[in-house]
Design a protein. Structure first.
Length: 636
């Protein structure tokens, strides 16, 4: 199998440190509601927190806000389900997917909750309705004011399904509202909006290939040309674990690519034994000639979703960590990433962002070094002058109890503000070989390989390279690895904002506060009046008269006095002395009128003198309403 087990461990860990995210913060504007400075934060609700009256297929759930009237907003439901981890790979035995030597068959799988996707081996959710583990997401900026008690439900919805979502800001104490309804018409959840465009493209796939049957699960790269694009940024991926472009367009930023690579290292910063290259089976692209390309490197795609509110990209696989899961959630101005680590004991897992020459002149700063230093590729210099540009790196205490720490790279090219933390069951106290969480920073165009500065690919330079690490050895987190005790838990969470040029430490502090205290929400049923249709008819023609055998011309006005549009309305004139005459009125909006002329013919045997004319409406989802008028049958 190539390297021994201890070396293979390095693989998974690098994967581990991929980075992570939370699912509660992202885009748009909070017009007139609360809180205006959190418009770009997403609001995520679990199906179990929403009243059961919305237990319907996701495409039937619509969102609205109140702005003096109803305005539809985009909402997105992402289904989740529990599956066997082993089912995410083909049945044919695949490397470490089948466990380790000496491990019993009956523990070589475990259940995992992931996003459902019928295009991948995750598959569709067996429960096709909005159930308890599914997620509904909308943007904080799409919330509005509380609807008044007099409000009537929007057109095309079931008023009895009305659900009010209160969105609360734990920082600013503001509250805004979104209303959910079940659709009864043709409206779609997107409301005609698309905040994120995710174009997933496997370049080696033919037109009939699928992620279910044709992906390269073991020992082969799966080249991509995939992009995520919003009004604020664009990212490019070329395989699992491998991003090679960041372009920022927020606030008029020029969209220059400032990324060399997203780096991952397991086993030590002086080694390339495990990296983003080995995790994706791109062994030949790694600069370490001693790497063993016979070591298994499994991988599988879980989710490829391009929704109106967010996009989701998730996959598993990192050498001997086939169940390490890397989840990306893309919002309009932010990427959230969460890596669920499932790997044998692993030493020194680091992940960082390595910028390219286009980032020269930008400023790096973090919450321990808020003044910042200029990125120039020359260690020990500041703005090209001799000096000390060393910084105080983060320590374990900066991340404990789910605390986020931030790093920022800012300039005319735009701004990236990255926040990270970890959720773990082990601590340095419970597992002494684990030395805790660490920060990482390197700005050197000629790094020294043997001094913890090894570059494993890309341009082989470090420009403002910054990130986070797990130092020492972290205990086993893989459910299929050991039988003596339950595995420990570890997930690494990262949130990255793409902001306008030249943001500051104050902006980063604000981002951190928002991530640390995301928007909170609560759902409750609410009574909203159902729309009504009330067509009324008024005869406009005065002194109606006609001779036998001639048409009576009757001009009528049809008014909809209800609160909903009346569709397929028809108006008819009839009477004892008349042959019935009808005209289609079509659709009449609430509070609007239409005028039509009816021409009922006078019967030949009608008696001369007064007679009764009746004009009635039908259709529009309503009972008939009439207007009556006397008229005169004239002599010949």
């Amino acid at each position: 199998m190539g390297r021994d087990l201890a070396t293979r461990m390095f693989a998974r860990a690098g994967a581990v440190l991929g980075l992570a995210a939370i699912t509660t913060i992202g885009f748009t504007g909070l017009a007139g509601a609360a809180p205006a400075d959190r418009a770009t934060d997403p609001v995520v609700l679990n199906g179990g927190d929403v009243p059961t009256k919305l237990k319907v297929v996701p495409k039937k759930i619509l969102g609205f806000k109140w702005e003096g009237g109803w305005k539809q907003i985009p909402v997105q439901v992402d289904e989740r389900h529990v599956v066997s981890a082993r089912s995410l790979y083909p049945d044919k035995p695949v490397g470490y997917v089948n466990g380790y030597v000496g491990i019993d068959e009956d523990i070589r799988t475990f259940d995992v909750e992931i996003y459902a996707d019928p295009k991948t081996r995750s598959g569709a959710d067996a429960d096709t309705t909005f159930d308890s583990d599914d997620e509904l997401v909308f943007m904080g900026g799409d919330a509005g004011k509380a609807a008044p008690a007099s409000a009537v439900a929007p057109q095309g919805v079931d008023a009895s399904s009305a659900t009010k979502i209160a969105v609360n800001d734990p920082i600013g104490d503001g509250t805004a509202y979104v209303y959910l309804f079940k659709s009864t018409g043709k409206l779609t959840p997107s409301a005609g909006k698309d905040y994120v465009d995710y174009d997933f493209n496997l370049t080696n796939f033919g037109p009939d290939d699928t992620l279910i049957d044709d992906y390269g699960w073991t020992n082969v790269p799966n080249p991509e040309d995939s992009t995520v694009k919003t009004d604020n940024y664009e990212l490019h991926s070329i395989d699992r674990w491998r991003e090679d472009e960041i372009r920022i367009t927020a606030g008029g930023a020029p969209g220059t690519d400032i990324l060399d690579r997203e780096g991952v290292s397991a086993g030590g910063l002086s080694s390339c034994g495990r990296s983003e290259f080995t995790f994706s089976a791109n062994w030949k692209l790694d600069t370490d000639s001693g790497n063993d390309d016979n070591t298994d490197d499994e991988g599988t795609y879980l989710t490829v979703i391009d929704g109106p509110v967010r996009a989701i990209r998730s996959y598993m696989g990192a050498n001997s960590g086939p169940y390490v899961e890397d989840l990306h959630l893309y919002y309009a101005d932010r990427e959230d990433r969460k890596v669920n680590v499932r790997v044998h004991p692993i030493p020194q897992m680091y992940v960082w962002t390595d910028y390219n020459e286009s980032a020269l002149g930008m400023t790096y700063r973090d919450q321990k070094n808020q003044t910042g230093v200029t990125i120039d590729g020359v260690p020990g210099e500041v703005n090209g002058q001799p000096g000390d540009d060393s910084i105080d790196l983060f320590e374990h205490s900066d991340f404990v109890n789910g605390t986020y720490a931030w790093q920022q790279v800012s300039g005319n090219q735009g701004t990236t503000t990255t926040l990270a933390t970890a959720e773990a069951s082990a601590t340095p106290e419970t597992f002494p070989a684990f030395d805790g969480y660490k920060g990482y920073y390197l700005d050197d165009s000629t790094p020294t390989p043997g001094a913890g500065e090894r570059q494993c690919g890309g341009d082989l330079k470090a420009y403002g390279a910054s990130g986070f690490g797990i130092d020492g050895v972290y205990p086993n987190t893989d459910p299929i690895f050991g039988v003596a005790q339950d595995p420990d838990r570890l997930s690494v969470n990262r949130v990255r904002y793409f902001g306008p040029p030249n943001q500051t430490a104050a902006d980063a502090d604000s981002y951190r506060a928002r991530v640390q205290d995301p928007l909170a929400s609560s759902a409750s049923p609410v009574k909203v009046k159902a729309p009504t249709v009330k067509p009324k008819v008024r005869i406009l023609t005065k002194k109606l008269a006609a001779k036998r055998g001639k048409a009576l011309r009757v001009k009528v006005k049809v008014t909809n006095a209800g609160t909903a549009e009346a569709k397929n309305l028809k108006v008819c004139a009839s009477g004892k002395a008349l042959k019935k005459s009808c005209r289609s009125v079509g659709t009449v909006a609430a509070g609007k009128s239409k005028t039509v002329t009816l021409t009922p013919k006078v019967k030949g045997n009608a008696r001369i003198g007064k007679s009764k004319l009746s004009v009635k409406t039908s259709g529009g989802g309503t009972n008939k309403h009439s207007g009556d008028e006397d008229w005169m049958i004239a002599r010949k």
